[in-house]
Design a protein around this ligand. Structure first.
Ligand code: 13P
Length: 391
């Protein structure tokens, strides 16, 4: 059986580089077959590494504003605005044209509508970002659907046509991609759901790299549940081991990916809260056990934590050097104060941009391990957890 797979590997040829051989010793075979193992060299390898490094640059992280139209509608509804294209554009313009944003933000994840949209004055959003030294990114998954045969779990759709969509997004200026799938602790998670999540992420990552987009790999372990932090750690280790197994099987180049994990915390309904130090300890334990140092950056999601909580936890993780850039890719934990300040009022436009800058700077400091929560207002401390949250 072993020799059959060796033969198959030996047949790998030209588009592969880094081939190395070693002799396979066997008592019955005096001249052993040569075995090759390979890392694929894609047309975009150098560019992918450069893009990933620029996103994972010191003191910077990602602004996630890739809410689908339905989810963006919920954000707008929270301040009494209708979910129209005009309002979505106005809100995204407010965020993306914030002066000085590029000092703290290295990448912005957009929804497809925003990738092709412009400011009211006709400047493409992708150009606004490039001028601010921020890499434009694109959400490429097509959302979650029930997973038949599982324990009420879901799977992430979007692989059909992904290669051609990715090539188009690249032409439009996107240089990285995001695919978010979820894993639920209270639902098990079942072996089927974990395998499906990991395989989908790996196929997406390979297709993204093939089309010049750095894939953000995001198996979100939902906060839902009353389980202790140890249970989250156990599930996170299982999930990430499968994700890396399939990433490797799909010949994904680890130097050209970014991860978007959930922090390892107790379930949102657990009786005890964990301190930033405890969250940092469990999260870093999990990452050190599962993530190779070839991966350039870990960009956490906020998952319903309050703005201050997400920043404090990130800060705690950066008190000692890590093998990877440990940073943020927050949506709710960067947008909450902005929305509350803006309320859709033109006269609050600048104040709202300042509110975004305050959060972006706080997280930038946390990336450097230098954040102090002194002076944080009550709003920033308000949690945003929503049971069964969809994105
Ligand atoms: P939150 O930071 O609100 O969890 O969102 C991040 C994200 O992009 C989820 O995919």
């Amino acid at each position: 059986m072993a020799s059959a797979s060796f033969v198959k590997l030996n047949n790998l040829s030209s588009p592969w580089i880094g081939q190395r051989s070693f002799a396979h010793h066997s008592a019955s075979s005096p001249s052993p077959p040569r075995v090759s193992f390979a890392i694929r060299a894609g047309a975009y390898s150098d560019e992918l590494v450069k893009t990933a490094k620029s996103i994972a640059s010191p003191g910077r992280g990602i602004l996630a504003i890739d809410e689908s139209n339905a989810t963006c509608g919920k954000r707008l509804a929270s301040i009494g605005l209708d979910n129209t294209e005009e309002n979505r554009q106005a809100y995204r313009q407010l965020l993306l044209t914030t002066p000085g944003l590029g000092d703290y933000i290295s990448g912005a994840i957009l929804f497809e509508e925003t990738l092709y949209q412009s400011t009211k004055d006709g400047k493409k959003f992708v150009d606004c970002l490039r001028d601010a030294n921020i890499v434009p990114g694109i959400k490429v998954d097509k959302g979650l659907s029930p997973l038949p045969g599982s324990n009420d779990e879901s799977w992430c759709q979007g692989l059909d046509g992904l290669a051609s969509r990715s090539a188009e997004y690249y032409k439009q200026g996107a240089r990285f991609a995001k695919w978010r799938t979820v894993v639920s602790v209270p639902c098990g998670p079942s072996a089927l759901a974990v395998k499906e999540a990991a395989w989908g992420l790996a196929r997406y990552a390979a297709i993204s790299q093939d089309n010049g987009l750095v894939p953000i790999v995001e198996p979100e372990i939902l906060l839902d549940g009353d389980h202790p932090i140890e249970r989250t750690l156990e599930v996170a280790e299982k999930v990430w081991s499968e994700v890396f197994f399939y990433l490797a099987q799909n010949n994904v180049m680890f130097e050209g990916i970014l991860l978007k994990p959930s922090m390892v915390t107790p379930g949102a309904e657990h009786k005890n809260k964990a301190s930033p130090e405890t969250v940092a300890e469990h999260t870093l334990t999990m990452l050190k056990r599962r993530v190779p140092p070839a991966v350039p950056g870990i960009m956490f999601l906020s998952g319903g934590q309050s703005e201050a909580e997400a920043t404090l936890n990130l800060n705690a993780m950066n008190q000692n050097p890590n093998p990877w850039h440990v940073s943020f890719s927050y949506a709710r934990a960067l947008q909450n104060s902005v929305l509350r300040t803006w309320q859709g009022k033109p006269e609050m436009f600048e104040a709202s941009q300042k509110a975004l800058l305050v959060r972006a700077k706080a997280n930038s400091l946390a990336q450097l391990g230098k954040y102090s929560a002194e002076g944080e207002n009550e709003d920033a401390k308000r949690g945003m957890f929503v049971k069964g949250y969809t994105y």
